[in-house]
Ligand binder design. Structure first.
Ligand code: CTP
Length: 412
């Protein structure tokens, strides 16, 4: 595969293997790609900005707070203006920062800000590579979708032997070709377990106005619904996310529609149909204020105002009730504070969905707004309970479950 026209953002970390990054730049440019180099402070101890920029034919980015760089190309733009981000050598420190989402220098900030695939070529001492902390970080990054080339076994500059040696530049080039080939496939047709499937997901709370400045809301953060959208996109699905007001970023590779009220959410869902799968993860407000004021309500001498409520449309139930284009699989959520399983079973039957994900959202559980969730999968064939997991992990498992059951029909 030719790399003609491809743009590689190369982060060079601090390690003896940094000298190989120079040859790597040559090899990539020979194949028609451009390389925009970023040098970490430690990287600068091993290769000079002058040699890197001479080989890349571009100036080197080094500083997060450089005014000239920010004026020409800010770090967000830098992180996006590439087809692939490559880190070579990827040191234990860079790996640890990326695994934990730190952003305290240019390299780590770029890794957190990018919406592109990331390929790491680790290089470090064998003990550092085998240390449980590094292995934990690498496993986390792999779960996040980061790709790795190497390391390989070999004698190291420090004299020890074992895994930790950076792969040769041409092997990184081969890994780049593979990564870019598969990302092209995903954007065209998808190659994951949900490739070719269209999923609509609702997420977050809804806001129901009382007057132009006040509203009724709930504590949903949208973290679980957004994580499902992200996991489904990674599994190759075409994902439409209909999100209520949340304080978290839109998932990458997902079409996100932002709405405020339950009625807006229903409209956006109906506009996005038909779909193969619908997942109602939003905490939709059950009621809206019937007598919402057109102007800001003022304090009255006669006492506090009385709000009248009307029931909102039930989005999940209305998707299930569609005759011509009901999605083949409809998944609801049941956020409860008591009788979790029984209420979920009732919702399964009442709303006519195929699967209900039940969870206990009592305040002491810390689920609403928190990063963890303990769920029970309730279908007409029974209940499957999962342990307390990160919401990202719940999302991944749910996507796997849906992919596995989709063809035969959940609970069939
Ligand atoms: N839901 C919906 N539209 C609504 C209310 C709920 O789509 N107006 C969906 C939620 O997204 C979730 C499921 O229905 O997938 C259950 O939501 P929940 O609020 O727990 O259920 P309710 O219908 O409000 O039932 P109850 O008041 O009995 O808890």
């Amino acid at each position: 595969m030719s790399l003609t026209g491809k743009r590689i953002l190369l982060i060079i970390g601090g390690g003896i293997a940094a000298y190989k990054a120079l040859d790597f730049i040559r090899r990539v440019r020979e194949r028609g790609a451009s390389v925009r180099p970023v040098l970490t402070a430690a990287g600068k101890q091993f290769v000079t900005p002058l040699s890197v920029s001479s080989l890349a034919g571009m100036s080197v980015h080094e500083d997060l707070f450089s005014l000239t760089e920010e004026a020409n190309m800010g770090h967000i733009e830098l992180s996006r203006a590439a087809d692939l981000v490559v880190i070579a050598p990827a040191t234990a420190d860079l790996i640890a920062k990326a695994a934990n989402g730190l952003a305290n220098d240019l390299a780590s900030t770029l890794l957190l800000a990018t919406d592109k695939k990331v390929l790491m070529a680790p290089a470090m001492n064998v003990r550092m590579w085998l240390h449980p902390a590094t292995q934990r970080n690498v496993a986390q990054l792999a779960r996040d979708g980061v790709l790795f080339a190497g390391p390989v076994d070999g004698e190291m500059a420090c004299g020890e032997f074992g895994p930790g040696r950076m792969v040769e530049p041409l092997e990184i080039v081969a890994a780049i070709e593979k990564a870019l080939a598969s990302s092209t496939a995903i954007s065209l047709a998808g190659d994951g377990p949900l490739a070719g499937r269209k999923i609509i997901i609702t997420s977050g709370p809804t806001h129901e106005p009382i007057d132009p400045v006040r509203y009724i809301a709930n504590r949903s953060s949208g973290k679980q619904g957004h994580a499902i959208a992200q996991a489904a996109a990674r599994a190759g699905a075409q994902v439409i996310l209909v999100s209520g007001p949340v304080a978290i970023p839109d998932p990458s590779g997902v079409t996100t529609h932002h709405v405020e009220t339950a009625r807006d959410m229903l409209d956006a869902v109906e506009a996005a149909l038909p779909a193969d799968i619908f997942i109602g993860a939003a905490a939709v407000a059950d009621w809206r204020v019937d007598n919402a004021g057109a102007q800001k309500m003022k304090k009255l001498t006669s006492g506090a105002p009385t709000l009248q409520f009307t029931e909102n449309p039930d989005i999940l139930a209305s998707v299930c009730a569609r005759t011509k284009d009901r999605p083949a699989l409809v998944v609801g959520f049941a956020a409860e504070t008591e009788n979790v399983i029984a209420y979920a079973q009732d919702k399964l039957v009442r709303k006519k969905c195929d699967l209900v994900i039940a969870n206990d959202v009592s305040p002491e559980r810390g689920v609403m707004g928190g990063s963890k969730n303990e769920v029970h999968l309730v279908s007409k064939t029974g209940v499957e309970s999962w342990p307390l997991l990160d919401k990202d992990e719940v999302a991944r498992r749910l996507v796997d479950t849906i992919a596995a059951h989709f063809k035969k029909g959940y609970g069939a």
